[in-house]
Design a protein around this ligand. Structure first.
Ligand code: SF4
Length: 287
């Protein structure tokens, strides 16, 4: 929720945060993240994050942050005319989130990989300056599909209106898939397609069985399958993959007190670790 403030600090935007936090926790739980094994917590419930963020700000230069490619894009998407100081520090705050818990690996999409790289640099700089405290975390990308685009081939985002949600009904999923942009060069059914540049094909790799994916690839290249049929096949796989997720989500949606408890317990657990880390950090800096 603190990161959200970097681009959406108005009163209205902030008032939507609590609801959005709950939606994200519901997503986590519905895809099978187990709160007993994986601590789910609210960032602002760990105020030590601010302190570590400030200390890290001294270890990175403005030109280095200006080279992080996603920040300009974020400012543009939020219609900001000038870069706020806080947004420039977005990846530094992420570094505080990651290193506070001494993470060894960070699962991210491709666009966030440069942020993990910056986290590694900050960890190195801190260790070099004050002594060995932090591990250098690895970037954990999904091997085949580290990036899934929205239905219009832009970055998938709620604010672009191009996202397929875990909570979408089968009909909503099928409608969205039918609107997906495919290989832009394939104008007619008789034109051979190129699955390497097709958004739908990236989804097939995740939601269709491997043999069928191979067949679709061959058929696409030989104009043996039309995009409408290809999309319908993908939608069927996607809908059935989302079915158990949707059921689990509904279970937690009906039990808001359970979700609340998971967030409170997780935040307490995270804070305990954060307090321990900050004691080590302060001792290392001698501050
Ligand atoms: Fe994409 Fe399938 Fe059309 Fe090929 S046939 S361009 S993989 S939607």
């Amino acid at each position: 929720d603190l990161h959200m403030l970097t681009t959406q600090p108005s009163r209205n935007q902030v008032s939507a945060v609590a609801g959005n936090v709950r939606e994200i926790v519901l997503d986590y739980l519905s895809v099978g993240i187990e709160p007993e094994r994986s601590t789910i917590f609210v960032q602002s419930a760990v105020p030590e994050t601010y302190e570590l963020n400030l200390l890290f700000e001294m270890l990175v230069s403005v030109p280095r942050l200006e080279r992080v490619p996603s920040l300009k894009e974020m400012a543009r998407d939020a219609s900001l005319e000038v870069m706020p100081f806080g947004l420039l520090g977005y990846p530094v705050l992420q570094a505080a989130d990651i290193l506070m818990y001494k993470a060894n690996g960070v699962p991210v999409g491709e666009d966030q990989a440069p942020h993990v790289e910056l986290t590694r640099e900050i960890a190195r700089r801190f260790n070099h300056t004050y002594g060995d405290v932090f591990p250098e975390p690895d970037t954990l990308l999904t091997a085949e599909t580290s990036k899934l685009l929205g239905i219009d081939r832009r970055k998938m985002s709620k604010s672009y209106g191009n996202a397929i949600f875990l909570s979408d009904s089968p009909d909503a999923v099928s409608t969205k898939v039918s609107r997906m942009i495919t290989d832009p060069q394939r104008a007619r059914r008789s034109d051979p397609g190129n699955p390497d540049v097709c958004n739908v094909f990236d989804f097939h790799k995740l939601y269709t069985d491997a043999d069928a994916v191979k067949t679709i690839e061959e058929q696409c290249r030989a104009a043996g399958i039309g995009c409408v049929e290809c999309k319908q096949k993908m939608a069927r796989g996607l809908v059935s993959a989302l079915e158990p997720i949707r059921e689990k989500r509904a279970y937690y949606e009906e039990r808001p007190e359970m979700v609340e408890e998971i967030m409170v317990e997780g935040s307490n657990r995270a804070r305990k670790t954060a307090c321990e880390t900050m004691e080590v950090v302060r001792a290392a800096i001698k501050i």
